[in-house]
Structure formats: C-alpha cells, structure tokens
Design a protein around this ligand. Structure first.
Ligand SMILES: *Cc1c(COP(=O)(O)O)cnc(C)c1O
Length: 401
C-alpha cells in the first residue's frame, strides 16, 4: 500500500466548514456511507416525536389537528424543503410515498398535455424500478405507451409524439448526475412535459426546479433529507401548471373545502391539490424536525463538500486498492456526479459483508456494485480515507469459505 492519506484527510476535515454539523446526528464510530438509502437520525428527533406522541396525541388529542397545526403540515413542510430544491413557497406538498407521487406526476403530466397525437411517455431505461413500473401503468391508464430511453439518447427520442418524460436526476445505481437544465429544455422544445425524480439529489446538490422550468417533480425524504424510514415523499407542481393540474388521486384533503364534506369534488388551489388523504402525522412531524439540521446551511456548500469528499475517496481508492480490483461506475466529471461512488467489484457481496463487519457501512446492488453514499452533513474526509483503507484490506485477503 502506498503512503497514508490520513494526514491529508485530517487537514481537509480541519478546514471543513460543515464539520460542526456531524454532532447534530446520532452516530457511532462506524463510517456511515448509506445516507443515500436511509439518512442518519438527527439527534433531537426522538424528543420531538415523544412530544408529538405524549402531549399532542396523548393530551391534546383531536385538538392537535388545529392547535398543533397537524392539518397544514403537508404544505408547511413542503415549504421547508422548497429552498433545498430551488422552489418558491407553495409549490411542494409532502405526503405519500415516492411511488405514489410518481403516479400522480406522470398521470398529471399527460393530463396537462392531452393532445392524442402525443402517444408516448418516455422513461429513463435505467430508472429505479418503481418509477418504471408505475410510469408503465400510468401510461396504460391514460391510453399512452411507455418508451424506455437511455438518458444519453433522450434528444434523439423526443418528438411530436412525446407527451411526458420521467427522468431521474441522479442514477441510484451508478451515481451519475443527469443534466437537468438542458434535458428539461430539450423536453420543452419537443412540446412535452418534464417530470424529475429527485430521490438521489435533494439534499445533496442544488436542483433549481423553478429556475430551470421543471414541470413536475417528486422525491423521497429519507435519503439525504434524513426524514426517517418511510418518511413521506413530496410532489412539486410548477406554478404555471397548478391551476390545471388534475391529480389522478383526488382525495378529501385536496378538496378546496374538505370539511364541507361535499360529494362534488372541487380541487384546492396550489400544490395542496396534490394531497390525497389523512397525512401520516408521526412520520411527517419526524421529517419536519429532521429538517432543522438545514437551518443556515447552503446547498452550494453541501455540493462543494460532496464533490471534495467523493474526489478524495476516489483518490484514496486509487492509492490503496490494487490496480484492477475495482472500477468506478460513477463519472469522474463533476458535472456528471451525484453524491455517491459506485464501484464494480468481483465478489461484491462478500466484500460488502466484510466492510460492514469492519464498520464501513455501504450497500450492495446486485450482482457486483458496491455503493458508498457521501452525506456532507455528517461524513468527513477521515471517514472517506478509512473506508478506502478498509476496502483495500478486505480485497487483499483471501475469500473465506
Ligand atoms: C429511493 C427511490 C424511490 C423510492 O420509492 P418509495 O416509494 O419511497 O419506495 C423511488 N425512486 C427512486 C429514483 C429512488 O431512488
């Protein structure tokens, strides 16, 4: 093994303006590189949830819907997420899973672009599976057909038959970042609507939904936003589409006057019409509390650190791991990199088991990809160095029986 990069890591950590954020999280000595799958617990969340359960639910009971502001939580928390993804207030509503919001967004996009000559819904061929399954069903239900397209070939696939396009901002497997501004512009040039899935970018890098004219977007909150397991997802509806957005799941909580209990449905104005039914308050308020860690944090600073961390991790891997044992699937170019590094590796399942046993927590995407997510709020440069060093150790040992 070559010279240790630990002193460099220490110097980088000492100069890191986000280093102080780590103490906001409940972490142990492990190197946690799975924040792209389940973000770590912000340390103050358990007390906040205990208050919601014992005081709001336990004592105020039904009054909490109004006095505890439970009713407005989906919009209020949407406004907390908005600055992280470049949206003005009133454009994001929180609730349901990402899968369900993909359904609302794809059907909604087709209904906003109803020309019957626009028969196609294009979907990222490498997408996270749920997006593909749901888009296929949404296309079938709206009388459209699904056309899988590699993101790099999108320009050639767009045309007068395209109704809508569903794309992932960052590929969950490879960590490749797609160019949201130029792809959105190309989709619009073809007269279609762009729906973006931000699961692997929100909280890790600037998105600029309003600035780049994105039509609709969805994302989860339990990855880089640390909202907790199964925390509710969100739906973004561009202001210019809000009056016409026709949700395929119009529930009573998206009615303009829910307590009129009317049999005729009249949608509320704004992003609120993306609501469906009663929100899951415990998860929702855990997410709201978790978002406190972003107070005073600039997403540009987060992005700068994310790139520095992934650069440094790749440098450590190159220095420590014998040539040819791993290959990065994540682009080297910053403009094409999200906040994770995916390494292709023979015997990846054994290697990841060993890494986890030695306190380096990443994950495996079968058959042969090791994924390492870098969450700038709580991962440091010493963590990156240790992860690469332990990876080199594991690879230098013989496989066990
Ligand atoms: C994590 C992720 C999801 C998860 O969807 P759920 O409905 O929360 O299970 C969906 N799409 C992408 C691209 C993801 O990365």
């Amino acid at each position: 093994m070559s010279e240790s990069l630990a002193p460099r890591a220490a110097a980088l950590d000492a100069a890191d303006e986000l280093a102080g954020a780590r103490k906001l999280f409940a972490l142990d000595d492990a190197v946690y590189l799975d924040g792209n799958s389940l973000g770590a617990l912000p340390a103050h969340v358990p007390d906040r949830i205990a208050d919601v359960v014992t005081r709001q639910w336990g004592q105020l009971r039904i009054r909490s819907w109004t006095e505890g502001d439970w009713w407005t939580a989906p919009e209020r928390i949407g406004d907390r997420i908005a600055p992280l993804v470049g949206a003005a207030p009133g454009r994001i509503v929180v609730g349901d899973s990402t899968s369900v919001n993909v359904f609302k967004a794809v059907v909604g996009a087709v209904r906003l672009n109803p020309d019957p000559a626009r028969t196609d819904v294009l979907v990222d061929a490498t997408t996270f599976p749920t997006d593909g399954y749901i888009a296929e069903s949404a296309a079938r239900m709206t009388g459209r057909r699904i056309v899988p397209v590699a993101p790099g070939e999108l320009a050639g696939a767009l045309g007068p038959a395209t109704a809508a396009v569903l794309l992932n901002h960052v590929d969950y497997r490879s960590g490749r970042l797609h160019d949201l501004p130029s792809l959105t512009a190309a989709v619009h040039e073809a007269g279609a609507l762009a729906v973006w899935d931000l699961c692997h970018s929100a909280g890790a890098l600037p998105v600029g939904l309003d600035a780049h004219g994105v039509d609709l977007a969805v994302g989860c909150t339990y990855k880089y936003l640390n909202g907790g397991p199964g925390s509710p997802a969100y739906l973004y509806v561009a202001q210019r589409h809000q009056a016409a957005f026709d949700s395929p799941l119009p529930g009573w909580t998206s009615h303009e006057d829910p307590f009129a209990m009317s049999h005729a449905y009249t949608p509320a104005g704004g992003a609120v019409r993306g609501r469906v039914g009663t929100p899951d308050i415990l998860s929702m308020l855990a997410l709201e509390a978790a978002l406190d860690v972003w107070d005073g944090v600039s997403i540009d600073t987060v992005r700068a650190k994310s790139l520095a961390l992934t650069d440094f991790f790749l440098e450590c891997v190159a220095a420590y791991v014998p040539e040819g044992r791993v290959t990065s699937l994540t682009p080297a170019a910053h403009a094409e990199r999200g906040s994770q590094i995916a390494l292709r590796c023979d015997e990846a399942p054994r290697v990841m088991d060993e890494l986890i046993a030695r306190g380096v927590i990443g994950d495996l995407r079968r058959p042969d990809v090791l994924r390492f997510g870098f969450t700038p709020l709580y991962v440091g440069f010493a963590d990156a160095e240790r992860a690469a060093r332990v990876l080199a150790e594991v690879l230098s040992e013989q496989p066990r029986d």
